[in-house]
Design a protein around this ligand. Sequence first.
Ligand code: FAD
Length: 464
Amino acid sequence: MDEETRDIIRRRLVESLGEGKVLWRAADTVLYRKDTYRIDFEKEYEYIPDFVVLPETAKDVETIVAVASEHKVPLVPKGGGSNRTGMLVPVNGGIVVDTIKMDKVIEMNPQDLEVTVQPGITLKNLEEYLNEHGLTLTQEQGSQRMATVGGAISTSAFSRKNQKHGTIANRVMSLEVMVAGGRTLRTGPKVLYTSTGIGLHHLFVGAEGTLGIITEATLRVEPYPEAREMVLAFFDDFWKANEAAQRLMSSCVTFTGAEAYETEDATVFGAPAGKNGLFYVGFDGTRGEVEAEKVYVSQMIRELGGVIADETHTRAYMDRYTEQWCGARVATRFEDVITAYVPMGSIQEFYDRLWDDVMKRHDLKPIPGEKYSLDVGRYKMVGGRYFLPEDREGWQRYQAALKDVAKLAIELGGSISSCHGVGIQHKENIRLEYTDVALDLMRSIKRALDPDNIMNPGKKLPDE
Ligand SMILES: Cc1cc2nc3c(=O)[nH]c(=O)nc-3n(C[C@H](O)[C@H](O)[C@H](O)COP(=O)(O)OP(=O)(O)OC[C@H]3O[C@@H](n4cnc5c(N)ncnc54)[C@H](O)[C@@H]3O)c2cc1C
């Protein structure tokens, strides 16, 4: 951006929003140069936003989008900054729109189980607000202290309660979105079901800020359950826990979500020594149904040789398991995580080929005790953590491995990314997952809403 345009934009933004909501000095904007994704190591912090703005209202966002549209300047909407795939990197500079101050509940209607919020409210704060009113959003993410409603919708985020309650994608009733030109779009009436119109709100679920900036979301909520319980169990290894997961999926139990994973030391969770496979199943609902399901699942686990944790350890695990991955870990460790979607029947083949072939070939090492994790439910996620190399040659191996992991997941009938979206990380590899016709249609939708490609350019869709 040339100096003259920069000056004009700065004056326009400051006049309309006020000095406190517009940042442009390098010291103030440095933290907006990257997110948790380890972009090409030599280029980290190289992408610099021209401005960071901190809107408080939809009107503020309208002004920002109008100014950016007039000057054809890129806009990068930002929520909590917890995405893992580089969605916030300002690859073409421009204006980062940080929604941190748009964190209010606008309206709540307990009778109709609806809440309308600004996009920058964190999932955790919204959940606490709803709980005080006897309600719950049911969107449980490891990142819920950081992740916002706008970010969760825009990444079509995964919830650990997906088996029973779906994910945030199923909770969106209506959105207000600022699209290019500074036009306000209301996607449809604030109802959960309607057979009128074309479901426009679906377009923005998982759009990664590439179609517009969400300024308001109306979401369907649920009554807070009478009972919430968990069965926590230990197996000899991940594969025995996976067997329990397979059995659970073929039962009729209405669990909220479940996870099987490998852990280096399960004794901290109350396991006897030598049991490295951990398995938990969550339940909620009325007291009677939850108790009955717990008994059924506990019996099933014992039949498969699992050891059930005692009540104290189960409670402790339940209280902390949603927060088990803290943001600090992501910021301080050189690691990455696989979050592929693979059909239940192909999990063993996926892991065998992943660790014994793909990762070995590219010389990428698993983090001890974190090779395997499986989120079980409607939106199953198959994961594993590995160390990232720290040099240029290693970076190229890492990129090649990403492509081979994508090929493997797709060959087995799955998807590259079950919840972390595309961002920059998978941008090229989604060519493997979609036909040219499908990609062309996605580009046409983007062009219709954003003809000058100012909405989070360089993310989500591969270059033409
Ligand atoms: C420790 C950790 C645990 C995690 N656990 C989970 C998990 O359990 N489930 C899961 O799905 N993901 C998880 N993630 C990934 C991440 O938290 C999710 O993708 C999350 O939903 C992103 O929300 P955010 O507010 O941080 O979005 P950001 O990272 O700020 O942005 C993500 C995308 O949304 C867009 N966006 C944000 N706000 C708006 C808006 N108002 N309008 C339009 N576009 C917008 C941005 O442009 C960007 O493309 C985890 C990440 C970490 C670091």
